[in-house]
Design a protein around this ligand. Structure first.
Ligand code: DGJ
Length: 756
């Protein structure tokens, strides 16, 4: 036995007798085993005399204290036509490979597809060795979960080397576990130790094969302004794939999937969540195989991906996070939230109350000048708002979205005295200044494009498709990245700017470059974006960065590594936001969800909701405003002041607390069909207080008062509401909380329970 689990049964070990690797987490166990030496011997190839083995997946689920059920490897079980078990091709087609490879007999979705120097596709990975160590290595150039110096012994890593001796490839599978969390963080590194170049055509970050039957799949789908809607359906035979080819993780599909038991709901049932720490094109696939097992894979999309690996080079695939919950979707969400807050988001703002901001986008669009901004700022300040964010339109000749991206020079007609004069005047009001950028883009109508037409991604001989009158900068090229860093840094140095909204408003198309091979552009572009944000944060460590991609088109764990919050959606309508924010917080903590109160009728859907409803929904995220505050009525201004107070009273709880969905209209809780309403709770870690937020989407006649079954409370404690009513924690959770009757569509309620 090597490696060791501690007395709490947390750790990683290898058992020489069972030839199994076991990862023991808080409530879950993950087991892999070595097998198939006889099969390998059938290759008859040289160097196989040592009886090499394949790595197979044995078990992932509820914690096992006993030995590993390696029979689940079903080594000799399948036969092709009767009576020939042990035939190699049949074995390859049925063995639960831990990391699957294509071209040699495994016809299920493969994780690795490699062409040799002659263009032939084929790979066969056998076991070479392993290492177990404390802590976790960085993934060069990529966002990934980390162990902090203090918690090094609480994070453990197993690296397993597989190899293809014919190609000279070594594939290192990495598995990290975190004390207290049911998480396995996986990544893959492919090193060419051979003498010839190879081409990687697919290189996923994780593959898992589960013997589970009758499962369902949950994914997050949508479009611009209606991101991350929860989709749940049974898994039939064949393959289900979600993914993005757009060069961004996308509004349409999300780099996440969950496989769950049919009975899984908020509080019960088995759920395996997979989340990809990456912001570009991806694939997430599940196949129900001929033997009714499920094989799931996740990683960089194979679309337009082809990576040449010369001798001595290595390719690092990004990280996939596996979360296992036997407490339903609620358990899965809270594990992701804790993981991201403890081991992914690095920003110094993570545990801080963010300044309440007012953004001028929906207030003015491009039509503003310094006077207008100051007018907004003065009124905002009087209501307790702390930061003014100047959105798109302050540079070049940009008075619509037709021009000037790339020309990051302050438009002094709009802002006389430049950025510094504006910042000084905002600061003099006692507010901070935030500024919008879209650094990854270049407009055909810009001085930058006129000077460097080859800086836009384009296939030679073909004019790229314009989208919002813009092209994409070729961030695969170092000189283009240097330009962006210089230009953004110059503006940030020129004035006291506390916050940047980093926008990105189109997908990547026309993947050609003056320097980078076509099949490498999508990934090298993403590496370029990560490098830019890293360099800028290195230079301005106290900058509060908010990522944004036409709303939430790149709301993913990759971007969270750089920014503690991401603009969730361009749809700011409170009712639409209920489902968008529910889908988002299925994985991401509320502290990351950019959410603002905007004006009604809402600019995107034309709906009118009450000021209070908009407040309750925005309080569930980072909170701020997106409206012309100078035009609000006295009553609405009183609403702003009330919401600002609520923010200060509740944000610590919302930001740091444990999140529970109580009811909703999504398919997660199958029982909730009778009443269109959403309720969620933030509960303090020590259970001393909780905030229940509720929105009745549609009122109805002659309905009984709604009963909500609260969650996460101390069953032995007594909780009190501000009006003096007291309830047992057990009563609130098991007998339920009878809601005060409310009236009207979209009507909100907030209840703050404090333990007495
Ligand atoms: C898209 C963003 O999502 C909006 O909030 C706004 O910043 C616009 N871009 C500006 O062009």
């Amino acid at each position: 036995m090597t490696g060791k689990c501690d007395k709490d049964l947390f750790g990683i070990e290898y058992n020489n007798e069972s030839r199994c690797f076991t990862l023991q987490m808080e409530h879950s166990t993950y087991i892999m085993g070595l097998a198939g030496a006889d099969i390998m011997a059938q290759t008859g190839s040289e160097g196989m005399a040592e009886r090499r083995e394949y790595l197979g997946h044995v078990y992932y689920g509820k914690k096992l204290r006993s030995g590993a059920p390696r029979t689940l490897l079903r080594e000799k079980e399948y036969s092709y036509m009767d009576g020939k078990p042990g035939d190699k091709c049949t074995f390859m087609d049925g063995f639960p490979f831990e990391y699957s490879f294509g071209g040699t007999g495994d016809f299920r979705p493969n994780s690795l597809e490699v062409r040799n120097a002659d263009g032939f596709l084929g790979c066969e990975l056998t076991y070479r060795g392993y290492r177990i160590f404390d802590g976790k290595k960085k993934l060069e150039g990529l966002p990934a979960t980390f162990s902090k110096p203090g918690d090094t012994p609480d994070v453990k890593t197993l690296e397993i080397d597989l190899e293809d001796t014919a190609l000279g490839l070594v594939v290192t599978l990495s598995y990290s576990i975190f004390r207290g969390l049911d998480v396995v963080a996986r990544s893959v590194r492919v090193s060419n130790e051979g003498e010839q170049a190879v081409i990687l055509e697919k290189c996923l970050s994780a593959c898992i094969e589960l013997p589970w039957e009758n499962r369902e799949i949950v994914t997050l789908s949508g479009s611009w302004a209606r991101e991350r809607s929860i989709d749940r359906r049974p898994i039939g035979h064949g393959r289900v794939e979600v993914g993005s080819k757009r060069g961004i993780s996308s509004h349409q599909e999300h780099p996440f999937l969950a496989i769950c038991s049919e009975d899984a709901g908020e509080k019960c049932g088995e759920v395996l969540g997979m989340s990809f720490v990456y912001s570009g094109s991806f694939t997430a696939e599940v196949e129900r195989t001929q033997h009714d097992a499920l094989r799931a894979g996740m990683g960089i999309s194979g679309y337009n991906f082809s990576w040449k690996l010369a001798p001595g080079e290595a390719f690092q695939a990004p990280e996939v996070l596996l979360v296992y919950s036997s407490d339903g979707f609620g358990g899965m969400s809270r594990t992701f939230h804790d993981l991201f807050r403890k081991h992914l988001i690095r920003s110094p703002y993570l545990h801080k109350k963010r300044p309440i901001l007012i953004n001028n986008w929906e207030a003015t669009y491009f039509d503003f000048n310094k006077e207008k901004l100051l007018e907004i700022a003065r009124v905002a300040k009087s209501a307790g708002i702390e930061m003014l964010v100047m959105d798109d339109g302050w540079f070049g000749r940009r008075s619509s979205d037709n021009s000037s991206l790339g020309d990051w020079v302050v438009n002094e007609e709009k802002l006389p005295g430049g950025m510094k004069a504006l910042a000084d005047e905002i600061n003099a009001l006692g507010m901070e200044l935030g500024v919008w950028f879209e650094p990854e883009m270049i407009c055909p109508d810009s001085d930058l494009y006129r000077a460097h037409p080859d800086w836009a991604l384009a296939i030679p001989g073909r004019r790229p498709s314009e989208c919002r009158s813009q092209f994409v900068l070729d961030l695969t090229r170092p000189e283009v990245r240097d330009y962006v860093v210089t230009i953004v840094s110059g503006i940030l140095e020129s004035a006291n700017i506390a916050y940047v909204k980093w926008d990105m408003n189109r997908p990547l198309t026309d993947l050609g470059s003056a320097e980078t091979p076509g099949g490498e552009i999508l990934h090298r572009y993403m590496l370029g974006v990560y490098e830019l944000q890293e360099r800028i944060l290195d230079r301005f460590p106290s900058l509060l960065l908010e990522n944004c991609t036409s709303g939430g088109g790149r709301f993913d764990p990759g971007m969270l590594y750089y920014s503690p919050q991401i603009w969730c959606s361009d749809d700011t309508d409170a009712i639409e936001r209920l489902s968008i924010q529910e889908g988002t917080t299925l994985i991401y903590p509320p502290s990351t969800v950019g959410a603002h109160v905007s004006i009604c009728p809402n600019h995107i859907v034309g709906r009118t909701t009450s000021f209070d409803t908009r407040g309750v929904v925005a309080l569930a995220g980072t909170f701020g405003y997106e409206l012309d505050i100078t035009k609000l009525s006295e009553e609405e201004m009183a609403g702003v002041r009330r919401q600002v107070e609520q923010y200060h009273a509740y944000n610590d709880l919302i930001r740091e607390g444990d999140f529970y969905r109580i009811c909703s209209m999504s398919p997660l809780s199958k029982n909730k069909t009778d009443r269109p309403s959403y309720a969620w709770m933030s509960v303090a870690g020590d259970k001393s207080e909780a905030l229940l937020s509720y929105v009745q989407v549609r009122g109805g006649a002659n309905l009984r008062s709604e009963v909500l079954y609260l969650a996460g409370l101390d069953p032995d404690a007594v909780y009190q509401l501000p009006d003096g009513r007291q309830f047992g924690g057990d009563e609130l959770m098991y007998a339920g909380f009878v809601m005060d009757k409310i009236w009207g569509d979209g009507a909100p309620s907030l209840y703050h329970f404090v333990r007495v």
